[in-house]
Each structure stands twice: as C-alpha cells, then as structure tokens.
Design a protein around this ligand. Structure first.
Ligand code: PDD
Length: 289
C-alpha cells in the first residue's frame, strides 16, 4: 500500500505510518475539528475561507490553533508540492491532543494537527447534468452543527441510509424543517427564487454555500431567501440542488422517490453550476502553485 502524503505535527510522512496515540482526545471523545478543501492542478481552492472556518471551530471548542493564516497556507502549499496527483482534496484535522482519559481536559495540552492530500474523482459533465436522487431522514445531531467537529456518527448513519436506499444523499429534517444534507448544503428553487437555510447552529456554514449565494445575488441577479424550508414545500419545487466542496453545485432530481421539476438539471441550477465552476477555477488560478 502506498500512502498519501501526510503532514503530522510539523513533519512530512505518509498515511501508512501509524501515528495517533490511544489517548488522543480526537480518538477518545471526537474532541477535534476538521476541514476539507479541493485542489486543481496542485492549486488550493478557497483556502482562506477554509482556514477561517477552521479557526472559528477551534475557538468554539477552546482548542489552540496550531497555525496562523500564513503558516497554514505555507503548510498546505508544501503539502501540495509533495503531492503527485494534480486534482484532489486535502483533509485536515486538529484534535485537542493527548491526555490520560477523563471527560474534563487538562489545561495546556498540545493539539494534534494533521493534513493529508488525496486523489479525488470530481463529478464529470454528464453527472452534473444528470444530478442525484436523495432521501429525507430525521436530524438527530447535537445543537452545534455550525462547528465542523469530527462527531459525524449521525451524519454517517444518514449517509448509510441513503446508500442502502440506492441514492446519493440524505437531507436532514428537524421540527418539520429542512436543515442540510448529511455532507452538503441544500438549496431549493421556486418561482425564480432560491431558498436555503440561514446560518445558525442548525447547519454548517458551507464554503460553497457562501460562494453560491454571492454568485446568485451579484452575477445571476437571483433573489435568495435565507429561511428554513418546510418539509411540505419539498414536493412543490421547481428545482433543487446540493452544494459541497467535492460535489460543487449538484442538481437533485428526486426526493423520497418524487420527481423534482423535469427530473433533469434545472435552468437556475445550471446557471449557478457554470458560475461556480468558473469561480472555483479563478480561485485556483489566483492562489498560484
Ligand atoms: N462536507 N454540511 C455538512 C454537514 C457537510 O459535511 C459539508 C461538507 C457541507 C458543505 O460544506 P462545504 O461547502 O464547505 O464543503 C455542508 C465535507 C466536504 C466532508 O465532510 O467531506
């Protein structure tokens, strides 16, 4: 097995090396924050936005940030320089660190920080036109979904349920409201307007979500209502799509077996896809190698 290039606590190795201590709080308690960013031709995309979300999450959990923006960018560039594959993703995790197991943590422990790069097959043009089918499932997560913590058990179960149903994503419902996907943000289109959940503790502030809203307002001149969609509204939509770092803007053509729009990528979704793909490339080009 040849491992992926891994930066671990200040040095380079590969994911073949066994490194995490049994008493690491990331392993014992899920006491950690993670990030995922995309790279194209070895160039990082929306790197600063991912750093800022990581920084906010670490502050929320009172974990010291091992990086400032400068050293973070330097480490990620060095990682991509050592990476063979041109296009892929980088997974980053910062845990509170290692300490004798106890729920309360001792002050002053050193965080464990790691980042590895990996090849990833992003959706091609055919998939982006065809779109995906999704199901709904109850949101059983905690009350801090705005923090990108590694506690993903509820998300993993929702995703497994989707896989068993033969679809690509599960969207999470809570109090009769649509929150987000198990690993994506959710958008609806109705009467020429876009509807998506507002930023609060119920959803992750998606980097792609943010870009898509900006592009819709500034470039496409489409109105965006940031409000939770009611469950009943799901079946009276013109278009729907999800967004994420790995999927970009991905049309949703079926929800719980019911067809959305004309069961193909809708016009507004298609326009946002084009705008977002261009925006992503511009971010890669401006970041340099
Ligand atoms: N997931 N909501 C959840 C719960 C997510 O896990 C993700 C991303 C998003 C979209 O965020 P962004 O646009 O910043 O990728 C929304 C990543 C990709 C993952 O867990 O692999």
């Amino acid at each position: 097995m040849t491992g992926d290039v891994l930066w671990f606590n200040g040095r380079f190795t590969t994911t073949d090396e066994r490194l995490i201590g049994v008493e690491d709080r990331g392993f014992q308690f899920g006491d950690a924050i993670y990030e995922v960013f995309k790279f194209l031709r070895h160039r990082p995309i929306f790197l600063r936005e991912h750093f800022h979300r990581l920084e906010t999450g670490l502050r929320e959990l009172e974990i010291p940030n091992p990086w400032d923006e400068r050293s973070f960018v330097d480490v990620m560039r060095a990682l991509l320089d050592k990476t063979e594959t041109a296009d892929g993703i980088v997974y980053i995790q910062v845990t509170r660190g290692e300490a004798r197991r106890a729920h309360f943590w001792p002050e002053g422990i050193e965080p464990t920080a790691l980042a590895y790069s990996r090849a990833f097959v992003f959706p091609d043009a055919a998939k982006k036109e065809r779109g995906i089918k999704i199901i709904t499932t109850p949101d059983i997560r905690w009350h801090h979904c705005d923090v990108k913590s590694v506690n993903l058990l509820a998300n993993a179960f929702a995703k497994k349920k989707a896989q068993r149903a033969g679809v690509d994503e599960a969207i999470l419902l809570n109090d009769g409201l649509v929150r987000e996907g198990a690993s994506s943000s959710f958008f609806a289109v109705r009467s020429g307007r876009i509807i998506t959940h507002p930023l609060d503790e119920n959803i992750l502030p998606g980097v792609v979500r943010d870009r898509v809203i900006e592009l819709a307002l500034r470039e496409a001149k489409i109105r965006v209502d940031e409000r939770p969609l009611r469950e009943q509204e799901l079946f009276d939509l013109d278009e729907a799509f999800i967004t994420s770092t790995t999927q970009g803007v991905m049309p949703v053509t079926e929800i719980d077996g019911r067809i959305i729009g004309n069961s193909r990528c809708g016009e507004i979704t298609s326009a946002l896809q084009r705008l977002f793909d261009a925006d992503e490339l511009a971010s890669a080009n401006s970041s340099g190698r």
